[in-house]
Design a protein. Structure first.
Length: 556
């Protein structure tokens, strides 16, 4: 038992041996975090939806400006700039790598604090600007919430740098646990403080959760060698390269945020609760891309950056193509399940007494439209990181700019001319994600100059999975309808759970059988994943560290 506990502690600092292993660690913890996120949202709905739906709209709208600042400065500097540069220096001169880490963190925090003070001062102006449909009281509350949430983003800024450092050392467990702590903070704030502070209860919970998110990672980063230093050296070659790579990525993320600004702007002009319904549907829609696109992308980026620095295009392409195919294989059935079981899922997850049937139907339709593009979004998470590993931040920027314009135009037409409301916003988001992903994939394949035979092989894999997914969806719809009508009384919770579980398990079995029938190679990834789950005790046994390289499907 003592040895088990000792090895269990070592697990938190052990390197994952391949991309699928690293992604699995992130995936499991992200799944727990997603469940907590759904529970958190149900709590918010039970406390504030219905007669207080306007307050919940204001809460979600207040997130947009602080989150945009965080995305532009922190995520923009990390994903495209800091991680590739830090990883390269780490393999050559560790002391210089830590110097760059401190200098980059200090510079970003300085700019972040200055901009935060500007936003804090002019919070009412910014609130009126992005939510013109809110009344004066809602604008006042939104400005106050915005100021509270700026503090949370400061904690996130530090925490995200710790995440980048830990990921660069190929440790993924603790950073993946951090979002669980964040959601826990919001849940506690909602339960404990909402009866006294109203909508400010979960806002304070956001600050507490972000502090937990940071506190969980700092000890690990220090254990790996990070020591904060009071330096602002923007002349160091590594820092200058990080700063040079940042602007295109920051602009690309800013362009991505246009979608959120447009959604808040247009939803504020709709009926009370519209923004909440959109966010509820988006929370479910992002599950496939988060579990399989983001996780594989986070796990693959250090390896892709390392292979790019070694000028090994064949290994780079093999690693990326395998990760892409695995992302599609895992995300596709979950997306289809969300489309087929949209109403039962929404009822189970968000079916509080304050969430009426009309809201359930609208959320279900919105979810189905968004889920149609969920697999595209998972692929986009990976392909964008591949561009960053090649130090190309401009291509995603230009494509993202075109996609943002397309999204705003479609959203305006769908909501203002066709009066589709939240459904129109979902159509714009879904169509934009699909189009942007296809363009990025095409440009990337052209960039790496693949032979026609290799492109055909990759497209053939995607086509087989698409046919498998479509057949799975068609085979699920009729049994689901029959079970709903003749077997389960879905007006009650337990039969509704029974219908959802029965249909989900049937869908998984059909998908795996068709994958075997159509000889989908990525089925071996599922088998490998299942073996790791069934041999979970091996996680607590020390293993020799190996390079983080994704094995080909026939090696699993």
């Amino acid at each position: 038992m003592r040895e088990l506990l000792k090895n269990g502690r070592l697990l938190f600092l052990r390197r994952q041996t391949d991309i699928l292993s690293a992604a699995f660690v992130i995936m499991v913890t992200y799944a727990v975090s997603q469940v907590m996120g759904l529970f958190k949202t149900r709590l918010l709905i039970s406390y504030f939806f219905g007669s207080k739906a306007g307050s919940l709209d204001v809460y979600y709208a207040a997130f947009v400006i602080p989150d945009t600042l965080f995305q532009l400065l922190v995520i923009g500097s990390l994903s495209a700039a800091f991680i590739p540069v830090f990883t390269r220096y780490l393999s050559r001169d560790e002391s210089q790598a830590w110097y760059i880490a401190s200098a980059s963190l200090n510079l970003i925090l300085l700019v972040f604090i200055v901009l935060s003070l500007v936003i804090f001062t002019f919070a009412p102006f910014f609130s009126r600007l992005i939510a013109p449909g809110f009344n004066p009281h809602q604008v006042s509350v939104m400005a106050s919430l915005l100021r509270v949430m700026l503090t949370a983003q400061l904690f996130f800024a530090v925490s995200s740098f710790m995440t980048a450092i830990i990921h660069s050392h190929q440790r993924f467990l603790i950073p993946a646990l951090a979002p669980i702590a964040y959601n826990l903070g919001i849940i506690l704030g909602t339960i404990i403080l909402s009866p006294v502070m109203g909508i400010f209860g979960p806002a304070v919970g956001v600050v507490f959760g972000s502090f937990l998110h940071m506190s969980l990672q700092i000890p690990v980063a220090i254990r790996l060698g990070f020591r904060p230093r009071a330096i602002l050296d923007y002349r160091h070659p590594g820092v200058r390269e990080t700063l040079r790579l940042m602007p295109p990525r920051a602009l690309a993320l800013g362009i991505d945020q246009i979608e959120m600004f447009a959604a808040v702007f247009l939803a504020s002009l709709m009926a009370s609760g519209s923004l909440t319904l959109l966010n509820v549907a988006r929370l479910l829609y992002t599950i496939p891309s988060t579990l399989f696109g983001v996780t594989l992308g986070q796990a693959a980026l250090p390896t892709l950056s390392r292979l790019a620095s070694r000028s090994d295009p064949r290994a780079f392409y093999r690693t990326l193509s395998d990760a892409l195919k695995q992302a599609v294989f895992f995300a596709l059935p979950l997306s289809i399940l969300f489309i087929v079981l949209r109403i039962p899922i929404v009822r189970l997850v968000f079916g509080a007494r304050s969430f009426p049937w009309a809201a359930t139907l609208t959320t279900g339709k919105t979810l189905a439209i968004l889920a149609a593009a969920a697999t595209f979004t998972a692929v986009m998470q990976l392909i964008i990181r591949a561009f960053y590993a090649l130090h190309d931040t401009r291509t995603p920027l230009y494509v993202g700019l075109g996609a943002a314009i397309f999204d705003v135009v479609v959203a305006l037409i769908a909501t203002r001319f066709f009066n589709l409301g939240v459904i129109g916003l979902a159509i714009a988001i879904s169509a934009t994600a699909a189009l942007e992903t296809m363009i990025l994939v095409g440009l990337f394949l052209r960039r790496i100059k693949l032979e026609v035979s290799e492109i055909k092989k990759l497209m053939g894999s995607f086509s087989r999975m698409a046919v498998t997914g479509l057949a799975t969806g068609l085979s699920l719809w009729l049994p689901m309808r029959l079970l709903d009508k003749f077997v389960f009384d879905t007006t009650r919770t337990l039969p509704l759970i029974g219908l959802t579980l029965t249909t989900s398990l049937t869908g998984l079995a059909v998908y795996l059988f068709l994958s075997y029938l159509f000889r989908v190679e990525e089925l071996s990834s599922f088998v490998s994943l299942f073996r790791r789950i069934t041999h979970w005790k091996s996680l607590f046994v020390n293993q020799p560290e190996e390079p983080l390289i994704l094995p080909a499907p026939d090696q699993n």
